[in-house]
Design a protein around this ligand. Structure first.
Ligand SMILES: [Zn+2]
Length: 487
């Protein structure tokens, strides 16, 4: 039997740390890398008698996330205690939301470029939207670090606003799970809600996965995976676990509803606990916090919603005439999209600006391990440089040389650098003479052009470029050759 005789259903629970200045229920600052237990107070330490005060900003941000993902917000939401006994939560309950969360329904669109690179050519369902169950807000717990014979605990993280985004078991493959996480991250970054970096723990993910034979309607036994610290770990863990579950079904080993831990080094999952040992959280409404009325908050957030990646792609295509692929690359990162737009606005050829940024600028940044936010060259100079090429003042090769100088000395001016390098616009009389010379020397190709074969002009253009030692503008040369031979 092969994998095609089984159906996989995957659901993701994603925890996202919101970019608020202060914690969820107290005024302590949210900051990373501070000495342990320095950003604390009686409330986030869970001391008896300390009362929580709601962080309005965190509620607004969660509502914004919901609007960006097409969720509904109930008119009244409330806060519940999720009871459990664990050192990272010394008041013995976590404040969360049970039956009236901030967001219900909605979905995450899977962007083509969010799939792993090797999977982008074989996307099973392009344009798929993964349905969401809910999004709720809760407080993060403290961070335990296990040493050889003791454990330390840091409460700086305790009480950080944490948004939990729960999907339906609507994801069909490890590749879709990866695309879901990458697309979700893009949207959260666009909404300025979180940096959502999994490697930094700003976005954490639990995965539910079940497998069933084709033809069976009810879902198979749900198994939860923990300890997934990167998108690629999620993908690898799912591949392993799906294979394991199919093997169990194939050989008649019963699957038990359970939680398993992914070991990234071994590349295996192993059982942590079965359902019988699962927690009963005994949720009940938190008596210290009033429910929140949401309609005014929703209305206000709706006013200032940012443009989403897919909307930006469509606008870039129509406003600047660039391809869907180029628009998708540029919109995949909000800072990159802003950079492109600053360079393309007012440019003679916005399409060339896109090519230049994607092919030359990104390669340079990559080589220097820089992000677009740290790019030394301002977008206006890219526009000026591409305009020089378009006007025929610089050839593509010359422009790349000017760009190299500009990257090293960003204060420079493209036109001035070109002049200093002796890249004067080629003498048109001289180029014209080269064109005549080349046409005379290559009667065959010249006749082909007269007969209507435009492609033959490439060869003649190449010859003129050689004679001009690269100074001529190939686009203008081709136009001149065609004009001469066709009249
Ligand atoms: Zn505090």
């Amino acid at each position: 039997m092969s994998q095609t005789e089984y159906i996989t259903s995957i659901g993701l629970e994603v925890h996202v740390q919101l970019k608020t200045r202060t914690k969820m229920f107290c005024g302590c600052e949210v900051r990373f890398g501070e000495p342990p237990n320095t950003l604390t107070c009686p409330t986030c330490l869970g001391l008896p008698g300390a009362l929580p005060v709601l962080n309005r900003g965190a509620i607004e941000m969660t509502i914004r996330a919901g609007l960006l993902l097409g969720c509904e917000t109930p008119p009244v939401v409330k806060w519940d205690r999720k009871n459990y006994f664990y050192p990272d939560m010394p008041k013995n309950y976590q404040i969360s939301q049970y039956d009236l969360p901030l967001c219900l329904g909605g979905g995450v669109p899977l962007y083509d470029l969010a799939y792993p690179k090797d999977a982008q050519k074989s996307i099973a369902r392009p344009g798929k939207v993964v349905q969401l169950t809910r999004i709720h807000l809760e407080e993060d717990v403290a961070k335990s670090t296990h040493h050889s014979s003791f454990t330390t605990i840091d409460f700086n993280r305790a009480g950080t606003p944490l948004m939990e985004i729960v999907s339906e078991p609507d994801i069909d493959s490890p590749e879709e799970a990866a695309a879901y996480l990458n697309s979700l991250r893009q949207i959260l970054v666009y909404g300025d809600l979180s940096d959502a970096d999994m490697e930094k723990g700003q976005m954490r993910c639990d995965v539910n996965v079940s497998v069933r034979p084709v033809g069976q309607t009810e879902l198979g036994t749900k198994i939860e995976l923990k300890n997934l610290n990167s998108v690629s770990a999620v993908r690898r863990a799912l591949h392993y676990e799906i294979g394991r579950q199919i093997e169990c079904l194939r050989t008649g080993i019963p699957l038990i509803q359970s939680t398993r831990r992914w070991d990234d080094d071994l590349g295996e999952t192993s059982e942590m606990r079965t359902k019988e040992q699962a927690h009963d959280y005994r949720y009940f409404p938190d008596p210290d916090l009033l429910p929140v009325r949401t309609p005014d908050l929703v209305a206000r957030e709706r006013e200032g919603l940012p443009e989403l990646p897919h909307a930006k792609v469509a606008r870039f295509e129509s406003d600047y005439g660039i391809t869907h692929y180029d628009a998708s690359v540029l919109a995949s990162d909000r800072a990159l999209a802003d950079y492109y737009e600053a360079a393309a606005r007012g440019a003679t050829a916005p399409k060339k600006v896109a090519n230049w940024i994607i092919n030359t600028l990104l390669a340079y940044l990559n080589e220097h391990s820089l992000g677009i936010a740290d790019c030394p060259v301002v977008p206006e100079k890219i526009r000026a440089l591409v305009d020089l090429v378009e006007s025929g003042a610089l050839s593509g090769t010359q422009a790349r040389e000017v760009f190299a100088d500009l990257f090293a000395d960003p204060a420079g001016d493209p036109a001035a650098i070109a002049k200093a390098k002796g890249f004067e616009p080629a003498d048109t009389g001289e180029i014209d003479a080269f064109i005549d010379q080349v046409i005379a020397a290559h009667a065959g190709p010249a006749q082909e052009i007269r007969d209507g074969n435009d492609k033959a002009a490439n060869f003649l253009t190449g010859q003129v470029m050689k004679l001009s030692k690269g100074k001529a503008n190939p686009k203008l040369v081709t136009e001149a050759i065609l004009a001469k031979l066709r009249g």
